[in-house]
Write a protein of this length. Structure first.
Length: 237
């Protein structure tokens, strides 16, 4: 068993840009580890520099996420105005994928004191909480400190550490009349380093596998924990 903090959230719109996208910004289906840590930091009132400092209170915070619903999706066109000499020099259009009405359970693991601090912070956050960009605000529905049991390595609607395509013994759980959605594997940072100018640099870049709802897989090489009948794995333990 392991003590965890489970935070059930929802939003009207969300997006999690894939790191190498520019003119066409695709979204990840669930928040990545740095976003999950950043949400906790916003609740506590930590600045970007405080969050990623070596003495950060969240440095050893473990994170994971469960998708609680299948969001809608759309593509939106934005225009960036590039200004030179106090004049608009050019207009640069780009497309951004959006998720509508997503619901997630954010999962955090740490010592008991930090879990209680985070619980209180999510009930009365220091800064507005968002899923993705600053204007994509999220609402917190339920918060609970709970016991996560040892689980079975059967996963769906969550993110797993590693590249599932290269793991041994992986099996797809076939369900009648269910369309299997593709799995997304993306190399993402687990943390950032902030330089003297305040610029973030990605660190500990690692492959992560995003399993959609409806695609259940047995992954015996991943240690599973279970909460309310759902299996998950820590992404940065």
């Amino acid at each position: 068993m392991e003590r965890i903090l489970a935070v059930q959230v929802r939003a009207t719109v969300a997006s999690f840009r894939r790191p190498l996208d520019h003119n066409y910004q695709r979204t990840l289906p669930m928040p990545p580890p740095t976003t999950l840590i950043g949400i906790a930091a916003a609740a506590l009132g930590l600045s970007d520099r405080q969050l990623w400092a070596s003495e950060s209170p969240l440095r050893h915070l473990k994170v994971s996420v469960l998708a609680d619903s299948e969001p809608g999706s759309a593509r939106d066109m934005w225009t960036v105005l590039k200004i030179k000499g106090n004049k608009i020099a050019e207009r640069s259009p780009y497309f951004r994928e959006l998720l509508f009405f997503p619901r997630y359970t954010l999962l955090y693991g740490s010592d008991e004191d930090l879990l209680h601090r985070l619980e209180q912070a999510f009930r009365d956050p220091a800064y507005p909480l968002s899923l993705g960009r600053e204007d994509e605000l999220m609402l917190v529905d339920e918060i609970a400190i709970a016991e996560a049991q040892d689980g079975d390595p059967r996963f769906e609607g969550t993110v797993l550490p590693g590249d599932i395509r290269q793991m041994k013994g992986v099996q797809v759980v076939m369900k009648p009349a269910v369309y299997l959605k593709p799995i997304l594997v993306e190399r993402l940072p687990l943390r950032f380093r902030v330089d003297d100018r305040g610029v973030r640099h990605p660190e500990e870049i690692t492959p992560l596998s995003f399993l959609p709802l409806g695609t259940e897989m047995i992954v015996p090489t991943v240690k599973a924990l279970q909460w309310q009948g759902r299996n998950f794995a820590w992404l940065n333990s």
